[in-house]
Design a protein around this ligand. Structure first.
Ligand code: PLP
Length: 372
């Protein structure tokens, strides 16, 4: 079986260093907010190219706390996309704000900045652009709109660790940015983890308090907070994985290139189309069929020949039972609704071998040559 993703393979390829890190932490006797977390935060901030990073419990909390730190709450609206992980929208609601969902560009699967104006209301306070699948959003347009209208920008970087927009890392553009270290992400720990990056020292201080009961240096709560901390074990092994992130991303890009070279000969599918101004880090390699039924038959065929695939995401958030008919701005999102039934995520993780990549492209090609 060729898996669609494999956090186990990533652990095994870093096994010695990770096991050493785990033993180091267990023996050090400090398990929450110690030296490992501090060191990881500094290294991660350096990598992203900002002065500050704050380790938190997971990616959803990272978005939630970033919005909270910016003062967003009940009565406010936050613009984001419907084509994303539910976590993005759940995090907006966690701070009491209402998500206003907008459509995406079909070629990048990311927020279409042209639609921002019509999604805006007097209550709009922030935009959460999602660099979905590892492809950076059109940040120049989004930032220009936010500046003009006085809105905050919190990037959702849960799938874009290391991705570049005009030579600069995602996570360094917004007032704050949220990362997830869920095990399958490009930078993943072996449990839950997340971080917020920012250039703003006062936001940094606020985030450090919000993640731990609102405590200041003398453990007095000067503002109401939560408990959302990155633990020492996860931080220690994230330091191991961070040192490998560039190499892992390069391998993902190499796999994407191999997919592209073979699959571009199949006219029935649309491939990812990175632009010259971005470096896509392929958290997912998503191809699009012309029809829903073809997508489903392709998935079923690949499964019978031992190739696991996935759909990210099968149902747009504004059509899911928890949200349907409840969110503003989402009466009709034609591009999102059109692409969801047609997309498929092929196997993508750094440890895939060239041989396995070859098997995937052969299987996809043979499906289309047979079904003609
Ligand atoms: C994974 C993910 C999140 C949430 O991260 P968790 O660590 O699972 O809470 C948020 N947004 C996007 C786009 C994601 O892929």
């Amino acid at each position: 079986m060729i898996l669609q993703t494999s956090p186990l393979a990533n652990y095994l390829s870093n096994r010695t260093a990770i096991d050493e890190a785990v033993h180091r932490v267990l023996s050090a006797g400090r398990y929450i907010l110690g030296e490992e977390t501090g060191a990881f935060e500094r290294q991660f901030a350096d990598y992203i190219g900002v002065p500050y990073a704050v380790g938190v419990g997971n990616g959803t909390e990272a978005i939630h706390l970033a919005l909270r730190a910016l003062g967003i709450g009940t009565g406010d609206e936050v613009i984001t996309v419907s084509h994303t992980a539910v976590a993005t929208v759940a995090a907006v609601e966690m701070c009491g704000a209402a998500p206003a969902l907008v459509d995406i560009r079909p070629e990048s699967y990311t927020l279409d900045p042209v639609l921002l104006e019509q999604a805006r209301s007097v209550r709009t306070k922030a935009i959460v652009p999602v660099h979905l699948y590892g492809q950076p959003c059109a940040m120049e347009e989004i930032l220009a709109f936010a500046r003009k209208r006085g809105l905050w920008v919190v990037e959702d970087c849960a799938q874009s660790h290391g991705a570049l927009y005009r030579g600069q890392r995602t996570g360094s553009f917004g007032h704050a940015a949220a990362f997830s270290f869920y095990p399958t992400k490009n930078l993943g720990c072996l449990g839950d983890g997340g971080a917020v990056t920012t250039r703003d020292p006062s936001l940094f201080e606020k985030l450090r308090r919000l993640r731990q009961y609102g405590w200041d240096e003398i453990r007095t709560s000067r503002l109401p907070g939560w408990n959302s901390r990155l633990d020492e074990l996860q931080a220690a092994l994230l330091r191991v994985k961070l040192a490998r992130l560039e190499e892992d991303n390069q391998r993902r890009i190499q796999i994407a290139r191999a997919y592209h070279e073979s699959l571009c000969r199949i006219p029935e599918i649309t491939l990812p189309s990175p632009t010259s101004e971005t470096v896509h880090v392929y958290h997912q390699y998503v191809v699009r069929c012309a029809e829903h039924s073809v997508r489903n038959r392709l998935m079923a065929y690949l499964s019978t020949v031992g190739i696991q695939t996935a759909v990210h995401y099968p149902v747009p958030i504004h059509l899911q039972p928890a949200y349907v008919d409840r969110l503003s701005g989402s009466r009709s999102l034609p591009v999102t609704e059109d692409i969801c039934p047609k997309i498929i995520s092929l196997p993508m993780f750094p440890e895939l071998t060239n041989e396995e990549v070859g098997q995937v492209v052969e299987a996809v090609a043979s499906f289309f040559s047979r079904s003609l």
